[in-house]
Design a binder for this molecule. Sequence first.
Ligand code: PFF
Length: 448
Amino acid sequence: MANETRGFTSNIGAILAAAGGAVGLGNIWRYPYMLGQNGGGAFLLVNMFFVLMIGIPLMMSEFVIGRRTQSNVVGAYRKMSPDHKGWTVLGYFGIIAAVLIYAFYSVVAGWTLNYIVMASTGHLSGLEPAEVSEAFSAFTSHSFWPVLCQLLFLALTALVITFGVQKGIEKVSKILMPVLFILLLLMCVRSLTLPAASEGLSFLFRPDFSKLTGQGVLGALGQSFFSLSLGMGAMVTYGSYIRKEDSLFKTSLWISICDLMVAILAGVVIFPAVFSFGMDPAGGPQLVYVVLPNVFNSMPMGGVFAAIFFLLLGIAALTSTISLQEIVVAFTVEELHWSRRKSSIISMLVVFFIGVFCALSFGVLKDATIFGHTVFEFFDMITASYLMPIGALAMTIFLGWFFPKVEIKDEITNGGTLKGKLFELYYFILRYVAPLALLVILISGIVG
Ligand code: PFF
């Protein structure tokens, strides 16, 4: 009974739900501006390398932990390490990271609601560049509207979660992910037919390694973790919902391909447009909210494309916030025996309580800094650059060094029914390559 109600019903359902978790603001909002600031194609190549070499093996590892134990992230580590309960701390670490990410993530997710309404009611059309930028600052620094939008987004997410894994998460992902791809392709066609499309494409695909710094490489690794939702239990939780007969390798491969594809396609949408209308590709976090509306304003039927674009961003964000909240809800349902409804509401309120400080850090709280960063920037930085890599590092050490290899192999080969030809390579990466890369990047990040 427990298994019937806890899992995804099909492999495609699992892939779409987990790809929905992975594909999000990280791909469409964060990736393009990081790429813009770090030498375009060079960042893309380094990031792709990290996704393939470290991302996929780590995603498989999280799936192993989840599916083996059929548990939420805390329960999973407890069951995996019956003799050394200390590893359970890793589970709680994941929950905390999820709450912190959700707190700042929901702010930007909430902004999409405002922009969908503004774009579809024509309020973005016809503004001068300076007015677009003013509208963005006026909205984000307001003390009420961004907070309301954030709350609405949290409530929408909680609503889906209350319907459960199959009727909520899986069903919504199966509808929204194809819609997302179609909208994205539509936007690509528009962008590729703009005058300076080739300039934008060469920025995206022609690597300029002279612009990539050590910090840029750290950023590319952080981005791959953030984008694949690794290092804090999202994929452990979703892994526990994957059917026993599905291949964890193929599932991880497909999710990562979807994730990379959306990030690249988002670049294909954004950079040709940015170059065609003479904007700065290194526009920073404001790239999609300030630079793009200007771009839309300069093209025929721009209002329609703006509305489509922000809808796309909202959909991508929603499937990700669902996965973020599910980490916490699976924990409170299974460990604290709360009902799904109670879990959804309480976790939503907790995240809202913390998230408000992030939302207000663009306005009344902009001078309340932590180590020189606003609350929002601080949460973004510590989660993507530190907590997720640390969580991933601890996970690789646990699984690679303290958990029996035969059990991992058994889970990856579905009890020996799959060949597992690449298992030794996977295991080598898990034990040596991934921890070492994570360690180097973490230390270089800390040293400066
Ligand atoms: N992967 C998401 C994105 O790229 O937007 C962000 C994210 C979602 C991170 C869920 C972590 C997570 F658990």
